[in-house]
Design a protein around this ligand. Structure first.
Ligand SMILES: Nc1ncnc2c1ncn2[C@@H]1O[C@H](COP(=O)(O)OP(=O)(O)OP(=O)(O)O)[C@@H](O)[C@H]1O
Length: 390
């Protein structure tokens, strides 16, 4: 049995009070999902409906509309990532879900219960059903690793007899059993975040909020933390809502993504669909470095808006799961009798689904270009004309 599986909760332990707004997110066995394609729409755990947040202007300054008309659903059991640039409204959004900010319009629903108008006392309780991890870990420096993880249990009123085995179980889960007596200052960033994850899971939340949880970590440590979060989701069924400005985080572990820009969600959907077919300019800008392909500088610099005599037209061909590994270039060359010059290309995957991008040049004049485009269409490949070269 894995360390994660061994943490399956006795349902009565550490659950929060029976208030509906509170019990909405308290521990109950959540359905496990087997891979990155969770059973869709089991139920909606978090829903934001037409949510807006305006911060009052200070000292004569104008009010700031941080969020406008946000509609967002997080399904039970999935990992949803909200991505956007600095100042887009990500932190405000996550703070509305854990009750640290109140919406100025719209509704926030936790497991179908409108918590927007709940008093602070109810929110304090509801937060016990929500775990949270932070960019800078927020550990108490004067407490050992063990005592940091124990803290939420102590606050929830667990007895000493309950706390010790639960903390041991959590430290095994995050692979830090040998660090129980250490202090945060003695740990690496990745180890601190593992403590943060253990602490966040202590009261068996159904929802884990991650606020730029890997932004302070190096790429390798980031991967190990993301792998741990994916296991927490997959094996414990914990729903995860994360905010990030890093597209690799979305690509690595999220099932769904929402792109936020200027306080509005400009695009959302299945990660594979959004990343491989970005519709909004903000999404295109975010994904270009990860799922796009860079043109060689000499080609990018010589791209022309109009064809030139004897020149070539540059096409970007996008491949998705079904055709990513098909021998498209040789097939087109054979069928159409035209040689395609390959300028750039890559094959990658999101989850288990491969995708690819190929940039080719085709003679602009004569029947070649039309024949190649018709052939690409017949293979159901998406094609974008980038320009022309001499
Ligand atoms: N307490 C506040 N009072 C006034 N304005 C605020 C407050 N908090 C946030 N804002 C403003 O709301 C907007 C969104 O801020 P927010 O922190 O949510 O963005 P973010 O996407 O999380 O940015 P970052 O990635 O830099 O943390 C910004 O214009 C910010 O200045």
């Amino acid at each position: 049995m894995s360390a994660l599986a061994s943490t399956a909760p006795p349902a009565h332990l550490f659950s929060v009070t029976p208030d509906r707004a509170v019990s909405a997110l308290s521990a109950s066995p959540a359905p496990a999902i087997s891979d990155r394609a969770p059973t869709r729409k089991i139920r909606t755990l978090v829903a934001l409906e037409g949510v807006g947040k305006v911060f009052a202007g200070r000292r004569g300054q104008s009010p700031v509309a941080a969020l406008e008309d946000i509609d967002l659903n997080v399904a039970d059991g999935e990992i949803l990532g909200v991505i956007g640039r600095s100042g887009a409204g990500k932190s405000t959004l996550i703070r509305l879900v854990n009750g640290l900010e109140q919406a100025t319009s719209g509704r926030v629903l936790l497991d179908g219960v409108d918590v927007t108008a709940q008093p602070e006392s109810a929110w304090r309780q509801a937060r016990r059903g929500i775990g949270m991890i932070f960019q800078h870990f927020n550990l108490l420096s004067s407490r050992t690793v063990f005592d940091n993880v124990a803290l939420p249990l102590e606050i929830a009123g667990a007895s000493r007899g309950e706390v010790a085995p639960r903390v041991k179980e959590l430290l095994a889960l995050v692979d830090l059993s040998d660090k129980a007596g250490r202090y945060p200052a003695e740990l690496s960033g990745g180890q601190k975040q593992r403590v943060g994850i253990a602490r966040a899971l202590a009261t068996r939340p159904r929802l884990l909020l991650c606020d730029e949880a890997t932004s302070a970590l190096d790429p390798e440590t980031t991967r190990s933390i993301l792998a741990l979060l994916a296991r927490v989701n997959r094996e414990l069924g914990v729903t995860i809502l994360l905010i990030t400005h890093e597209i690799p985080v979305i690509k690595e572990i999220c099932h769904q993504v929402a792109v936020i820009e200027g306080g509005r969600i400009v695009e959302q959907g299945d990660v594979f669909e959004v990343l491989t077919r970005p519709a909004h300019p903000a999404t295109r800008a975010l994904v270009s470095s990860v799922v796009g392909v860079e043109l060689p500088k000499s080609v990018a610099d010589s791209l022309l808006p109009m064809p030139v005599p004897g020149g070539r037209t540059v096409l970007r061909i996008s491949f998705t799961s079904e055709n990513a590994t098909a021998p498209v270039v040789s097939r087109i060359s054979t069928v159409v009798g035209v040689d395609l010059n390959i300028l750039a290309g890559r094959i990658d995957s999101i989850g288990e689904r491969p995708f690819g991008v190929l940039v080719v040049a085709v003679p602009s004049h004569g029947p070649a270009l039309a024949a190649v485009q018709a052939s690409l269409r017949s293979l159901a490949l998406e094609t974008e004309q980038l320009g022309h070269v001499a």
